[in-house]
Ligand binder design. Structure first.
Ligand SMILES: *Cc1c(COP(=O)(O)O)cnc(C)c1O
Length: 196
């Protein structure tokens, strides 16, 4: 296998069509993560004969929640109360959610800021359709030192709140994420090597 690591490897499949995903499945990749509601639905339909675990890893618009929320196994990007409200309204069962935390505090990134996290976690306790299982974060591009720090922070947060899962690490930084006990890594481009 390409990834000899002790975490769930999710193929971030925004780069791949369903033929390529089928090929990856045959090589033992059973977890896929999509970024866009439209693409997710199309791919679920085209791959419904396979036993895939579906993750949603992109920014989720509240108006798309009703279309996808009961189709996925994990949501990695719970990042605001309006999204929680929409999930509470449309989910027919509790949804396993990671809260996305913006630890690099970059403006263009989604995610709850650390300073708002405690309050957010308190508020979503009321939502019985949200099963909080852990935290998700994205490192800082081209900055391994900052990425190392934020992955460490995410690990500490998971411990503080006694949550079992940490979704972090992509093609360029999954080894750093493993050092900080990632349980789920989201790998995209590196899977091209498996398809060659
Ligand atoms: C695309 C994407 C990934 C994977 O990125 P690579 O650098 O191709 O491994 C991981 N997480 C999210 C949220 C993504 O959008």
């Amino acid at each position: 296998m390409l990834f000899d690591i002790n975490a769930t490897v999710i193929c971030a499949s925004k780069y791949f069509d369903t033929n390529q995903m089928r090929a990856l499945y045959l090589k033992g990749v059973f977890h896929f993560g999509e970024n866009r509601a439209q693409d997710l639905l199309k791919k679920i339909e085209e791959l419904k004969d396979l036993n895939i675990t579906w993750h949603f890893i992109g920014h989720l618009q509240s108006n798309k929640v009703k279309d996808i929320i009961n189709q996925i196994d994990y949501l990695h990007t719970l990042d605001r109360i309006s999204l929680a409200n929409s999930i509470q309204k449309h989910a027919t069962k509790p949804i396993k959610c990671f809260v996305q935390v913006n630890l690099t505090e970059e403006d263009q990134k989604s995610g709850i800021l650390l300073s708002n996290l405690a309050q957010f976690l308190l508020e979503i306790k009321k939502y019985d359709k949200i099963e909080l299982i852990g935290f998700m974060t994205i490192g800082k591009d081209e900055d391994r030192m900052i990425t190392d720090q934020v992955f460490h922070q995410l690990d500490e947060l998971a411990k503080t709140y006694k949550l079992p899962y940490r979704s972090m690490g992509m093609t360029n930084d999954y080894e750093l994420a493993m050092k900080h006990h990632a349980t789920h890594v989201r790998i995209g481009r590196k899977f091209l090597e498996l398809l060659e």
